[in-house]
Ligand binder design. Structure first.
Ligand code: PNS
Length: 163
């Protein structure tokens, strides 16, 4: 049984992430989406919110059979704990490569038993990022083509509280 873990900040999850999760799910018998606590990045949504939003978005988009978990600490420890064989990541433009290469090689140094597997983004999502979505939303722009309705609602809710 092949098990994959797809880690990220998911702050918030976008259609780009969902596309990767949907395609990866087809290749693995079991799959986890792992939301990192990542206190250094000062996330916009709390960890609990990000887990909830990610779960709702996957359900809304009909991506089934994925378990959403959270972790704090090293990804390889989380992968080990969940019996993963592979770490899934998405690759967008060139600029992602160096960071992903560094992470994959470092993770392999720490835990050679995991294979890092990369999925090329769909063309229409190649420049989509959670940061761009947050910025558009903060300035009152329309993010409906970038995220599912449930995420849009969460973004609006956050704005409501901030304002
Ligand atoms: O969505 P992101 O922010 O690009 O995801 C980055 C993530 C969560 C994959 C990375 O920050 C991570 O693995 N964090 C856990 C801590 C860790 O294992 N660090 C060493 C990686 S080389």
């Amino acid at each position: 049984m092949a098990i994959a873990i797809y880690p990220g900040s998911f702050d918030p999850i976008t259609h780009g992430h969902i596309d990767i999760a949907r395609r990866a799910r087809k290749l693995f018998d079991r799959m986890f989406v792992a939301v990192v606590a990542n206190p250094h990045k000062r996330p916009y949504f709390t960890l609990e919110e990000r887990v909830e939003i990610t779960q709702a978005a996957l359900v809304e988009e009909g991506v089934n059979g994925i378990e959403v978990i959270s972790f704090d600490g090293l990804l390889v420890d989380c992968a080990r704990e969940h019996g993963a064989d592979a770490i899934v990541r998405g690759l967008r433009a060139n600029s992602d490569f160096e960071y992903e290469f560094q992470m994959a090689l470092t993770n392999r140094d720490m835990a050679p038993e995991f294979e890092s597997v990369f999925f090329m983004t769909a063309k229409r999502f190649s420049f989509l990022s959670s940061s761009i979505v947050k910025e558009i939303s903060m300035y009152g722009g329309d993010v409906s083509t970038f995220v599912p309705k449930s995420v849009e609602r969460a973004l609006l809710g956050k704005l409501g509280h901030a304002g």
